[in-house]
Design a protein around this ligand. Structure first.
Ligand SMILES: [Zn+2]
Length: 361
């Protein structure tokens, strides 16, 4: 067998989440591999494989679960040995190439069942007798899922997280409100898990932060979406629905959950109409504020069938803060002061919404 018949391991990445570490290996279709583990090791063996010299160093990473990574070769196999600091649940699956990744991917999730806690929740605050309103702030994408990429290579997932963190900090200055992030770092969370987090945190509002992207570099402005189970017929919304909802090809978990059934179950026990009306009110208030600080793409809130907006019984909106595909807007999205401005506008929209529903005319 010549060298050209070997299986190539093209590249390696890892993402550290609060409850798991995800290891991703770019490789070929039908790669022959096996995974074995004990309390201190996870060993990935790939038959007749080679590692590209330019990505070789990417294997040697460490994080809070992986203490050390080693590589061992013999004539037939390459073994990647991940030394762990304790016993973890190990799950693996493969993902096909897509628009963002040209290679097949082998994904290994190292899951810590004991630490399924959000880093941002303060347990002392939760015991306070006065119930605060809990706002779930969702930074779109993360980890393997970059979201859109700007002309100057900024990544939507980073911009979303930066704005989401600023929004959370701003909200938390208000003693009546508590904000919680769905993700606080660069890792992927499946869409349905984002909903589960909102439920677990007893959120009373859900705000998902994104940035838009289209082919043309001149499109500009913020948009805001609420859920419509029927979906939206506009071309941009259709594209968005597709890209937003299909990000779960990064998950793995969703592959085993029947997501339709999952959503049906959580949708049965509340009034959809109330949520929709409240979501539209919230969308109006946020959009009114965003209009004050920059262009808007559409003057009215839009609707689309976004999975992430399906948390039962609470107003949920998705904010497309600006077009990352427009270099001028990309600059704005990556500027810390501008990010804070966007966060302030969303915050003011939330406050106006609460003010109106608590003081109806
Ligand atoms: Zn997005």
């Amino acid at each position: 067998m010549g060298a050209e018949d070997k299986t190539t391991l093209y590249d390696f990445r890892y993402w550290t989440a609060p409850d798991h570490t995800r290891i991703v290996i770019d490789t070929e279709e039908d790669t022959l591999f096996s995974i074995s583990e004990d309390s201190n090791y996870i060993i990935l063996s790939v038959d007749d494989a080679e590692v590209l010299s330019e990505t070789f160093s990417h294997i040697f990473f460490e994080d809070k679960r992986i203490k050390k990574t080693l590589i061992k070769r013999d004539r037939e196999t390459i073994k990647l040995i991940f030394h762990t600091n304790k016993d973890y649940i190990v799950k693996h699956f493969t993902l096909p190439p897509n628009a963002k990744y040209r290679y097949h991917r082998l994904v290994i999730d190292v899951i810590d069942l004991e630490s399924d806690v959000l880093e941002t929740v303060d347990p002392i605050e939760q015991e306070l007798p006065i119930k605060k309103k809990v706002i779930l702030v969702d930074a779109g994408h993360g980890g393997e899922d970059y979201g859109a990429i700007g002309k100057n290579n900024s990544r939507e997932k980073d911009v979303n997280l930066a704005i989401a963190k600023k929004l959370v900090a701003t909200i938390n200055q208000n003693p009546d409100l508590t904000a919680v992030l769905t993700r606080s770092g660069d890792y992927y969370i499946p869409l349905t898990k984002r909903i589960t987090i909102a439920q677990r945190e007893k959120a009373t509002m859900f705000i998902s932060i994104h940035a838009d992207s289209v082919e043309s570099t001149s499109a500009e402005g913020a948009s805001i979406y609420t859920l419509s189970e029927k979906g939206n017929n506009s071309k941009l919304a259709k594209q968005l629905e597709q890209s937003q909802n299909s990000v779960d090809q990064f998950g793995g978990v969703e592959m085993v959950i029947d997501s339709d059934q999952f959503l049906k179950n959580i949708l049965t026990d509340f009034s959809r109409k109330d949520r929709d009306i409240q979501s539209q009110q919230l969308a109006n208030e946020i959009l009114n504020q965003l209009k004050k600080i920059g262009p808007v793409h559409k003057k009215e809130p839009q609707t689309a069938n976004f999975v992430v907006l399906k948390t039962p019984a609470i107003p949920s909106v998705l904010v497309e803060t600006a077009f990352i595909s427009n270099p001028t807007q990309e600059k704005r999205l990556t500027n810390s002061k501008q990010q804070q401005k966007i966060a302030n506008s969303i915050y003011q929209g939330i406050i106006d919404y609460y003010h109106k529903i608590e003081n109806p005319l």
